[in-house]
Design a protein. Structure first.
Ligand SMILES: Cc1ncc(COP(=O)(O)O)c(C=O)c1O
Length: 374
């Protein structure tokens, strides 16, 4: 696809790790860097003001994309930092997590709170919640980065709200494939990364609903997050500014701005294509008698599978065919334990992938079996 020169040479099937970036993003970052590079929210000269304008315009676009208000959008380094802000900023609580979580939505909670777990059942491809249990915060992924399973998040949040619990959604995997509406979901927090939606690394988003902002203490303290500082004490700024200490990745935010436009123009066609490719891949895996996980319920374009060759060997052999897949535990070790494996091969699609990518993958898988098993 012409907007992504790198995939003309490569069968890139590791989009759950990070997506490739369109030329439009590169242009926006170049334009910013060469013409407007200045710190944001500081200098009162033209390029300083332009820099601030780019950040604030991007904030509005993000807010618009998820149906929030700009005063509810915090820029972070990524999903991990966004979740850490909430996990470290809330008072010690009881947290309801799922066994599908990426470590980013598991480890921070486990370090600073009491956690209870809703188990994943691979046979039904469902997470079993027990809403009779007591908890203060539901922190759940929207879509698994291993099985692609999509959780009934709106319903789960509704039940959590009946218990007056807070709700955080890890939207890292879903955000590049499906439009999200935070008001409709009813969540208090939503976290995602720009680099999983055709944007740059180093930029992420934490949505914090206005009504709960005061419940979260900032994670990072310093410049640009204060109202007044004296030798004796510091008065913090109100609202989202409290969560954005220090200088942001402004060039990255300029690129994210272009990526958001790009996604808005393409999301429908892209998700249709990803859906078709996922079905095609599952058919081909069935033909080869290769076991894959999940995909019995609502799922996204992420497929994990195992065959009679170690995932690392599979990935290395596929590399000879210019096919990039992920092999490993995918930062989801509690889920690996549930699936009874230590690692899987994972294919994940983006809008620019083609049937040819899947065909090349299958050819490589056959070769991997031939090389290792003889
Ligand atoms: C579901 C999920 N949550 C969180 C993360 C962490 O994202 P980041 O590394 O951009 O902070 C990932 C990354 O793969 C993910 O898949």
């Amino acid at each position: 696809m012409k907007d992504f020169p790198i995939v003309q040479e490569l069968h890139y099937l590791d989009n759950a790790a990070t997506t490739q970036r369109p030329l439009q993003l590169v242009e926006a970052m170049k334009d910013y860097t060469l013409k407007f590079n200045a710190n944001a929210h500081r200098g009162i000269y033209s390029i300083g003001e332009k820099s601030t304008e780019i950040v604030e315009d991007t904030r509005k676009k993000v807010a618009n994309w998820i149906n929030a208000s700009p005063e509810e959008i915090v820029f972070t380094k990524g999903t991990t930092e966004a979740i850490n802000i909430v996990a470290r900023g809330l008072k010690k609580s009881k947290i309801y997590l799922t066994q599908l979580e990426h470590h980013a939505n598991f480890v921070p909670w486990q370090q600073f709170h009491e956690v209870i777990i809703a188990n994943y059942d691979e046979n039904t491809d469902k997470v079993n919640f027990d809403f009779e249990k007591e908890f203060d915060v539901l922190a759940t992924t929207y879509m698994s980065n291993v099985t692609g399973s999509i959780l009934p998040v709106k319903e789960l949040i509704r039940k959590a709200k009946e218990k007056r619990a807070l709700a955080l959604v890890d939207a890292a995997q879903v955000i590049g494939h499906k439009k999200i509406d935070v008001k409709d979901l009813g969540c208090d927090f939503l976290a995602f990364s720009a680099h999983k939606m055709y944007g740059p690394t180093g930029v992420g988003v934490l949505y914090i609903k206005k009504e709960v902002q005061e419940l979260v203490k900032p994670l990072i303290y310093g410049g640009n997050m204060i109202k007044n500082v004296t030798l004796e004490k510091t008065e913090l700024a109100q609202g989202i500014q409290r969560f954005e200490a220090g200088t942001m990745d402004i060039a990255g935010i300029a690129g994210f701005n272009a990526a958001l436009d790009y996604l808005a123009q393409n999301i429908e066609n892209f998700s249709l294509n990803e859906e078709k490719l996922t079905c095609y891949l599952l058919e081909k895996l069935d033909e080869q008698k290769i076991k894959y996980f999940g995909h019995k319920n609502s799922s996204g374009p992420v497929v994990s599978f195992v065959l009679d060759v170690h995932p690392h060997d599979v990935s290395t052999i596929l590399d000879r065919y210019n096919v990039c897949i992920r092999a490993g535990h995918h930062c989801a070790q509690p889920l690996m334990q549930c699936l009874g494996v230590v690692a899987t091969c994972r294919v994940s699609f983006a809008g620019y992938n083609t049937k040819e990518d899947v065909d090349k993958l299958i050819q490589g898988l056959k070769e991997a079996r031939r090389v290792i098993n003889g």
